[in-house]
Ligand binder design. Structure first.
Ligand code: URA
Length: 479
């Protein structure tokens, strides 16, 4: 019986080569013993006689699955992958069979690896150590991942921190990045790491993003499990912030809204722009939960909550506005304030049933400036729209609408990629980059703002005609 020992480095590629060889040699899963260990030379501890070649064709989704699951800590992972590969030879459609227990287990393992990667990217903290030369600063970090993810994440850290030298130490593997090259060596126990100036930066950042009014201790611990706290400078603040949360909420309620200090906003931008994301959730509740932790742009820090779309997931029509307003921010639902009420009224007049549509916004957090106790709407900038398009795209993937009604220039730009003014485009159809038709119209809040009566009437007429067009489309296309 062949025993295959998959190495601790270059694991995914080595597993693939071995599995190809086994399939080519006709070795069934029950005849293989998979082990994980040591170096690449040991790959075939008792080598099968078949070379790792052959004309094996597998779906791309299987290759992607192996590239994640191979880094899972479960010793069964290689055997499970091989069993799936074996069955794929006769059942090419297997990868899309949601009821298959073997595949479901592997998908669950893939999710766990992706979650672990996400945590490592978010919670790893570098501390400055002595430099090797005077051109590049040098940093070290200790981390305890649940899976073998240091190697697959090395590229991320190289891109993100390419201008400094660094060492990431884990119990399982050490990655050392010097002058643009990364080298892997054995894992080590936790080294003594100095505290440094970045500690203060992280603590300032955390103090500023911590919103006592939104304190949910269980959710916070689920998102940032306690096992990571000990390596995170800002985590030392958590007990104190939790203890003082109630008092701070009372103080916040009594005072006028304030703008975040400029320095905190800058730190936020510096640390949180440009982050990599795990694959989007495949149900709306999970997507909403994930979006609740979004820090892709600074808008989350002042808004009360994230406002995601609502409506049936099989809605043929999606309606997209700009961003939640003051009332939506408090209610947590899109289009419930004055603009939403005007939309509802005109939609009802032309026979467009809102409850048959999925209603959402291009940007999911309320952007405002404080004036006294009032919060005045501010238009989101291009970077914020771009950052939030990830969530809009995730909603589009879930709903897969046949038509999207884009209300206003922000929605039109987010969906079509064209920033041209909306006045000349309204009433016409354009497309998203992936080919979904987009009917363009004005934003209902524009109708509320136009001071000139004649212009207001003309804008309302146009808006009504556009909604009527969407209603006709719905009648034609919906069962
Ligand atoms: N304006 C929008 O664009 N969306 C809302 O949800 C409310 C007002």
């Amino acid at each position: 019986m062949p025993t295959i020992r998959v190495p601790t480095r270059n694991t995914a590629q080595a597993w693939r080569d071995a599995a190809r060889g086994l399939v080519a040699g006709g070795v069934p899963p029950e005849d293989v013993i998979w082990q994980y260990g040591e170096c690449a030379d040991d790959l075939f501890a008792e080598a099968p006689t078949v070379p790792p070649t052959g004309d094996l064709r597998v779906p791309k989704s299987f290759v992607e699955l192996t590239q994640n699951v191979c880094w899972h800590a479960d010793p069964e992972r290689f055997a499970r992958l091989y069993a799936l590969l074996w069955r794929l030879r006769d059942t090419p459609g297997l990868m899309s069979d949601r009821g298959d227990a073997g595949l479901a287990k592997l998908r669950e393992m893939e999710k766990s690896v992706n979650r672990d990667k996400h945590k490592m990217k978010a919670f790893l903290r570098f501390r400055e150590i002595d430099a090797l030369n005077d051109t590049r600063r040098r940093f070290a970090a200790w981390f305890e991942p649940s899976h073998h993810i240091v190697e697959p994440l090395a590229g991320f850290f190289m891109r993100r921190f390419g201008d400094m030298d660094w060492v990431i130490v884990t119990p399982d593997l050490t990655a050392t990045f010097t002058d643009g090259d990364v080298v892997f060596s054995d894992g080590q126990p936790k080294p003594p790491l100095p505290e440094d100036a970045t500690e203060e930066l992280w603590s300032t950042y955390f103090r500023n993003i911590f919103n006592p009014a939104r304190l949910k201790i269980k959710a916070m611990q689920a998102e940032m499990p306690k096992k990571y706290w000990k390596n995170m400078p800002e985590a030392a603040l958590i007990p104190e912030l939790i203890a003082s949360a109630e008092t701070r909420v009372r103080q916040m309620q009594a005072s006028a809204p304030t703008l975040p200090p400029v320095r905190a906003a800058k730190i936020t931008e510096r640390l949180m722009m440009d982050q990599e994301m795990p694959p989007p959730a495949t149900d709306l509740e999970a997507l909403r939960r994930d979006a609740g932790g979004c820090t892709r742009c600074p808008l989350y820090s002042d808004a009360t909550q994230v406002v995601m779309g609502e409506g049936p997931l099989d809605a043929p029509l999606m309606i997209v506005g700009e961003q939640p307003g003051d009332q939506e921010d408090l209610a947590g639902r899109p289009f419930v304030g004055p603009a939403g009420q005007l939309f509802d009224q005109i939609a009802a007049e032309v026979g467009l049933p809102r409850d048959r549509a999925f209603v959402t916004n291009a940007v999911k957090h309320f952007k405002f400036t404080a004036r006294g106790k009032r919060r005045i709407h501010q238009k989101p900038d291009a970077g914020e729209v771009q950052a939030c398009r990830w969530w809009l795209d995730a909603e589009r993937q879930l709903v897969k609408p046949g038509l999207i009604l884009a209300m206003g220039a922000t929605a039109a730009g987010a969906l079509t990629g064209r920033a041209a003014g909306i006045m000349n485009r309204r009433g016409t159809f354009e497309e998203t980059p992936d080919g979904t038709p987009v009917l363009l119209t004005l934003h209902p809040s524009y109708l509320l703002r136009v001071p000139n009566a004649q212009a207001k009437e003309a804008a309302t007429r146009g808006f009504r005609a556009d909604l009527a067009q969407a209603a006709d489309w719905l009648k034609e296309h919906a069962a």
